[in-house]
Design a protein around this ligand. Structure first.
Ligand code: C2E
Ligand code: MG
Length: 279
């Protein structure tokens, strides 16, 4: 007993989505993804202490697409774990190439995984196999999981994260404080690190609330002896704030955008030290 109007606009949105879904299925089939690497820098001496692997989609018609344009659809379509596996493999292969090359590899490689991948029963075994295949020491690998994905089902997460830690892999909670945090649970989680979201860093000098949140996360990480990375560090003022509050690892455009492997090679070949780009 009802009827609805279907507008032209809705129609073109639906078609756009269908095209995206079809293209993404093809992309997974053809492994049309690239991995870029963004340095994480010790602000005291500019040394690269790690790199984060970040996926891009090399779309045949549109060009290189960032994760925000396709990871949501990949999750809805059940394709996200295939992308995560592609990135794990590609990044470990690249890490091995750095080990075998003329350069000193960054001490740590960080890879993001989705909730769906974290829930896969075979994940620890897959990781063990990949590390062995590429001959990479488990201590060099850090897996980042979203806070919300972990807090969804804490008892199960504790088990899953522990099975990763048992391999010797490090585990960090990404964008800590942006989801719902159960502080009591945080203490029980088998994790080694946290990251501070760029959305908190962005307004750290103008919004008292954000500055308070960032200093609280820094204090929390210090007292729980967790490593901490501040992301979205874009200006010398952001850097000064972090230095003042003893947060020593920064990631952001002030040091470097995410780089294709070949450009990352060059940075490592030049000594793996970055200086802030003055803005
Ligand atoms: P993330 O893990 O928080 O990664 C950091 C994001 O911040 C990256 O966005 C990076 O390009 C961006 N960024 C770096 N420096 C700055 C800066 O100074 N300012 C600002 N505003 N942003 C900066 P990107 O590459 O678009 O990735 C977005 C998110 O997609 C990642 O956020 C991560 O959650 C997810 N992601 C990326 N690769 C993968 C993957 O292989 N698997 C899964 N499951 N998720 C991934
Ligand atoms: Mg991350």
């Amino acid at each position: 007993n009802t009827y609805r109007f279907f507008s032209e606009e809705m129609n073109s949105l639906a078609v756009e989505r269908m095209t995206l879904v079809r293209d993404l299925h093809n992309a997974v089939e053809e492994e049309a993804f690239r991995v870029h690497y963004q340095p994480r820098v010790d602000v005291n001496d500019g040394r690269i202490v790690g790199v984060e692997a970040l996926v891009r989609w090399q779309h045949p018609g549109v060009g290189l697409l960032p994760p925000s344009q396709f990871l949501g659809v990949a999750e809805d379509e059940g394709l996200i774990s295939e992308i995560d596996h592609f990135v794990l493999n590609a990044a470990l292969r690249q890490y091995r190439a750095w080990m075998d090359g003329e350069v000193t590899p960054p001490p740590r490689l960080t890879i993001n995984i989705s909730a769906r991948t974290l829930r896969m029963a075979g994940l620890p075994e897959t990781l063990r196999r990949m590390l062995r295949e590429h001959g990479v020491d488990a201590h060099c690998l850090e897996i980042e999981v979203k806070e919300g994905d972990v807090m969804d089902d804490p008892p199960a997460s504790i088990q899953r994260l522990r099975s990763l830690q048992d391999l010797g892999v490090r585990v960090a909670i990404d964008d800590f404080g942006t989801g719902y945090s159960a502080f009591g649970m945080l203490r029980q989680l088998p994790i080694t690190g946290l990251t501070v979201a760029g959305s908190f860093i962005r307004n750290v000098l103008t919004e008292t609330g954000d500055a308070q949140i960032v200093t609280a996360i820094i204090a929390l990480a210090q007292s729980l002896r967790l490593s901490l990375v501040a992301k979205g560090v874009e200006t010398p003022e952001h850097l000064a704030f972090l230095e003042h509050h003893n947060c020593s690892i920064a990631q952001g455009l002030l040091y470097s955008r995410p780089l294709p492997a070949r450009e990352m090679d060059r940075v490592l070949a030049e000594g793996g030290v970055l200086v802030p780009v003055k803005s």
